[in-house]
Design a protein around this ligand. Structure first.
Ligand code: ZN
Length: 649
């Protein structure tokens, strides 16, 4: 803490000031904070479990053997070095052999992977021209639908190609050098000229892309296309060949999230020379294999994506990347080992009790709302009643028996894992919707609301110290983990959640007046966040971050009530001179303690739906209880007049 700062002027610094002064961001990180600490500890624990599995001499085909082989193969840099470019050769030869637009359509179809997610983990990025998300159909909750999302860019977002600012122009120039360097390393002739054409070509794709804001608009995205619509609405690409190669030949209905991008990409197939497409595909193929290739590729990738784009000076250790690779391939198999060792039933029970209090507090808040009609209230209560909250890990683990892992074939393992994941998703089409499926691994420090399934996941790794710690006053856990739980619950009832009814159907269940009130409150929050300026030339985007900011405010309010509820009317004991309420808010702000490198922070402001951590901590200024706890009076920098405080739930 920094007690020389008035909590009402800068709550984040009051809570974290000496930590901010004493903390250096580790060289291999673009940011550091309590989630980084938790992530680091989890990675070490996971690596130990994986190493044990590797040493266990488990029988071929067992999960332990697959885990061990995936990890050790990635760690064996000497073997990867010795193979050089050889593992890439077949893929590059296939691209070289593309002879016509039908062949191109097949090649593009074969790249489709289940690597995006619109509403759960919200990952809108895929390096392929399109990405697939298989999820509950937004019009018909009884079945899964294949959602197609835009992709194909090497830079994080279309803004990086289209924004005329000098900073973005400089990044584009640096990107072009990176493309040329990768081509040279791969032994591809004429690298400089090709790099220029490839970046130019990606700019054309970017021009067809929807903006981030439009892409997060569910109503704009929910476009059902029948198979025949593709030829009519996105002419130029042989869609039959594309879907056949993607294993979707029999699928008749799709959801095209960004129709303009589908149309634009198909038009590029028609209008751009085949040779340009082949250059682009060859580059994308090498680039996406980069982490599994010899050191020179790995270093070039880090120089651009780590240093230039995120400002991270040093790459993370190979073992940490090996853990990530193993998590990506066999996440729940690793998770099973993780929870057996590090998430005892007592902590699961404690977290479940907290969830129960939060849901009860939320129900009471709904009852108390004076602006909401009885009609909307009843629907909100119905939705709350069927919420499926997963704590720690899924009830049923994923089956990896169909995944083949080959010792000594790092790139092949990664490719087989992503194909396995793709086929697992394709297999869901036509099956009943499984509300018990998890979208995060138990060993991930994160939490998520699954709005369409009306469910949420709280992985074991986030229910851990410092946010969730049996050795400190429980009120502090409510301020940290409790606020996270409240945050995720409130997503079911915010501007996104309002769009989905209790079954997950896209049907706004609010009355017009209630929704208008909600949107007016949201607009106040947009203004509040638009005013935050981390740098003189860039402000937080209140509109881009509004859903998350609403969830933060609501989550904090719910966690506050839940902590009060947990004490059954008693006051929490004073600790170190701090009242229960003070401990609660302090813990909330400390759970957001984060330092971020400038480049990473700038990237986050452009692309992330979450505001920077410091401003998330400042959302305390919307709660009356915070003013009372710290005696915050008019004139203080964070002071908001009662009418300006945003109270949504
Ligand atoms: Zn959220």
């Amino acid at each position: 803490m920094d007690r020389s700062v008035a909590p009402g002027d800068d709550f984040f610094r009051w809570a974290n000031g000496s930590w901010m002064k004493a903390t250096e961001i580790p060289a291999d990180r673009s940011s550091w904070g309590s989630s980084g600490e938790m992530g680091e500890r989890t990675a070490k624990r996971t690596a130990e479990l994986i190493a044990e599995a590797a040493k266990s001499n488990a029988p071929a085909g067992s999960e332990a053997r697959k885990i061990g082989d995936t990890y050790s193969t990635f760690l064996d840099e000497a073997a990867i070095e010795a193979k050089g470019m050889a593992p890439l050769k077949p893929a590059l030869e296939e691209i070289a052999a593309i002879a016509d637009s039908r062949g191109l359509a097949r090649a593009l179809g074969a790249t489709l992977r289940a690597d995006v997610d619109v509403l759960n983990a919200t990952d809108l990025y895929t390096p392929h021209v399109l990405g697939l998300w298989v999820a509950q159909d937004l019009d018909d909750p009884s079945r899964y639908a294949p959602f197609l999302l835009q992709g194909g860019l090497g830079l994080p977002d279309r803004d990086y190609y289209l924004d005329p600012s000098p900073r973005m122009a400089e990044l584009r120039a640096r990107y072009r050098e990176h493309v040329a360097a990768v081509l040279k390393l791969a032994g591809i002739a004429d690298a400089e000229a090709k790099a220029g054409r490839i970046v130019e070509f990606e700019s054309l794709i970017a021009t067809a892309h929807s903006s981030r804001e439009d892409s997060s608009d569910v109503v704009k995205g929910n476009n059902h296309w029948a198979r025949a619509d593709f030829a009519a609405r996105a002419p130029g690409l042989d869609w039959d060949a594309y879907f056949e190669a993607a294993g979707l030949g029999k699928q008749q209905q799709f959801v095209v999230w960004q129709p303009g991008a589908a149309t634009g990409i198909a038009a590029l197939v028609r209008d751009q020379p085949l040779a340009t497409w082949k250059e682009y595909l060859a580059f994308r193929t090498v680039e996406s294999a980069g982490s599994f290739l010899p050191k020179a590729f790995v270093e070039e990738q880090f120089a651009f994506y780590g240093k230039a784009l995120s400002g991270t000076p040093k790459q993370s250790d190979r073992w940490k990347r090996a853990v990530e690779v193993t998590d990506a391939a066999l996440g729940e198999a690793v998770g099973k080992l993780y929870v057996a060792k590090f998430f005892p039933p007592s902590e699961k029970a404690r977290a479940e009790a907290m969830v129960k209090n939060e849901i009860a507090a939320f129900a009471k808040r709904i009852d108390r709302l004076d602006w909401m009609s009885p009609e909307t209230k009843a629907k909100a209560k119905a939705k709350l009643a069927v919420l499926k909250v997963g704590v720690g890990y899924p009830d049923r683990w994923r089956d990896y028996s169909g995944l083949e892992v080959v010792a000594g074939d790092a790139l092949g393992n990664a490719r087989r894992a992503s194909l396995f994941e793709y086929r697992r998703n394709l297999a869901k089409l036509g099956q009943p919707v499984d509300r018990g499926e998890w979208v995060m691994n138990p060993q991930l420090v994160n939490a998520v609301n699954l709005p369409v399934m009306n469910a949420m996941n709280f992985p074991a790794a986030i229910l851990a110290p410092p946010d969730f710690d049996p050795n400190r006053p429980e009120v502090m856990d409510y301020g940290a983990s409790g606020a996270t739980i409240g945050h995720e619950i409130s997503h079911s009832f915010d501007d996104q959640g309002a769009l989905f009814d209790d079954e997950g159907r896209l049907r706004n269940w609010w009355t017009k007046e209630d929704f208008a009130h909600f949107e007016a409150s949201a607009a106040k929050l947009v203004k509040q966040f638009d005013a935050y300026r981390p740098f003189p030339d860039i402000a937080v985007n209140g509109k881009l971050t509004v859903s998350e900011n609403i969830a933060d405010v609501a989550g904090l309010a719910v966690a506050y009530d839940a902590y009060r509820l947990s004490l059954g009317g008693r006051e929490a004991p004073v600790v170190n001179g701090l009242t229960g309420d003070q401990q609660f808010f302090l813990s909330f702000a400390q759970s957001w303690r984060t330092k971020m490198r400038e480049a990473a922070l700038r990237q986050r402001i452009v692309t992330d739906g979450h505001a920077p951590a410091e401003y998330r901590a400042d959302c305390v200024r919307n709660l009356d209880a915070w003013y009372a706890a710290f005696d915050v009076k008019p004139g203080r920098k964070l002071y908001l007049a009662p009418g300006e405080r945003v109270k949504i739930w």
